[in-house]
Design a protein around this ligand. Structure first.
Ligand SMILES: NC(=O)C1=CN([C@@H]2O[C@H](COP(=O)(O)OP(=O)(O)OC[C@H]3O[C@@H](n4cnc5c(N)ncnc54)[C@H](OP(=O)(O)O)[C@@H]3O)[C@@H](O)[C@H]2O)C=CC1
Ligand SMILES: CC(=O)[C@](C)(O)C(=O)O
Length: 331
């Protein structure tokens, strides 16, 4: 089995007397900055003038600078900007400040693996990629826990790159949950595959199709929402805690029999062939090219799809129902 590393394997002292610049203060940025700060690290934040996030970062007690100034002041620089803007911000504001001995961090390998960012040879280039949304990286840290992370070394100029990546992962709470070593290529390809096929793409398509099927057959949309969306989390929590076995242990025998006999009819050989095709588009760079060009064109297709999705019936029903859930966390 691949080795997992925990708190005792990583040395936070490597961060002593270092300044870490978190570039971007969104989902991941706020979590990394606040977790590192709470771990005793000297953190600054880099954002563009007029950024909405700057106010939030300042309110949290962090020093905020323009990206170039933050990159210049810092020893370690973590880029937590949207993947599609990293290339130009890196080129104009970060690269000029990559002097010998600095460390460049990423939370996803896209820009390095697909050569949108090509760093100079005199810096370490590493990745610490939490395997969870930023808000949970923060919430679990506050609860004394963490989100598992992947870490990888792309360039080891100092000879210490791997230890530095592990130290950073400890600073954000990753080693509490366990960190796993990978490469930029493996992380990039599996992350894209996971989010397209299972986590985001596959799951939202499954939820919407189930909902649409029930509503088209005349059932109440609110009931279809609970059945096809709300309960997904409750089931997934059981799977994460104890595998498919724990879920099957908890559900009724009727549900388990339905799962075993009907589930395989939903993911057919045709679906599996499509999964391999999607993986191949990722591996060949076809998806990356499409995403880069879409962004260069000003996101026409992306914007249209976002608008259409926001108007989907399940979103309207969900909004009304969730407004009545007093227990729902709003972060
Ligand atoms: N979302 C997640 O949970 C995960 C993300 N990742 C990776 O982490 C990285 C960051 O993603 P994510 O946290 O989702 O990003 P977000 O979109 O949540 O946040 C982006 C941040 O960058 C700022 N920003 C946007 N454009 C610029 C710019 N031109 N110059 C300076 N700052 C800018 C935004 O400011 P403002 O809002 O003010 O415009 C915001 O603070 C990506 O590489 C992603 O793949 C990895 C694992 C999970
Ligand atoms: C949250 C996460 O890990 C994702 C889905 O891969 C991402 O947001 O990039």
């Amino acid at each position: 089995m691949a080795r997992m590393y925990y708190d005792s394997d990583a040395n936070l002292d490597l961060l002593a007397n270092k300044t870490v610049a978190i570039i971007g203060y969104g989902s991941q940025g706020h979590a990394h900055a606040l977790n590192l700060k709470d771990s005793g690290v000297n953190v600054i934040v880099g954002l563009y003038p007029g950024s909405k996030s700057a106010t939030k970062a300042k309110e949290a007690g962090l020093e905020v600078y323009d990206v170039a100034e933050a990159a210049q002041k810092a020893d370690w620089i973590m880029i937590l900007l949207p993947d599609e803007v990293q290339k130009s911000v890196y080129k104009n504001e970060i690269e000029p400040h990559l002097t010998e001995g600095k460390v460049l961090f990423f939370a996803h390998g896209f820009n390095i693996h697909f050569a949108q960012v090509v760093p100079p040879a005199n810096v370490d280039v590493v990745m610490v990629a939490p395997k969870g949304p930023g808000h949970l990286v923060r919430r679990t840290y506050e609860q004394g826990e963490g989100v598992p992370c992947l870490f990888a070394v792309y360039q080891n100029a100092s000879g210490q790159a791997r230890d530095r990546a592990m130290a950073y992962a400890k600073g954000i709470g990753g080693t509490r949950a366990g960190i796993l070593e990978t490469t930029f290529r493996e992380e990039t390809e599996t992350d894209l595959f996971g989010e397209q096929v299972v986590l985001c793409g596959g799951l939202s398509a499954l939820i919407k199709s189930g909902f649409e099927t029930l509503v088209a057959a005349g059932y109440q949309p609110e009931l279809a929402y609970f059945e096809c969306l709300h309960e997904v989390k409750l089931i997934v929590d059981l799977i994460v805690e104890g595998g498919l076995a724990k879920m099957r242990d908890s559900i009724s025998n009727t549900a388990e029999y339905g799962d075993l006999t009907r589930g395989p009819r939903i993911v057919t050989d045709e679906t599996r062939a499509e999964m391999r095709k999607i993986l191949q588009e990722i591996q060949s760079g076809q998806f990356a090219r499409e995403f880069v060009l879409e962004n260069q064109a000003g996101k026409p297709g992306f914007t249209a799809m976002r608008r259409r999705e926001a108007e989907h019936h399940i979103e309207e029903v969900g909004k009304d129902l969730r407004a009545m859930f007093s227990w729902l966390k709003k972060d």
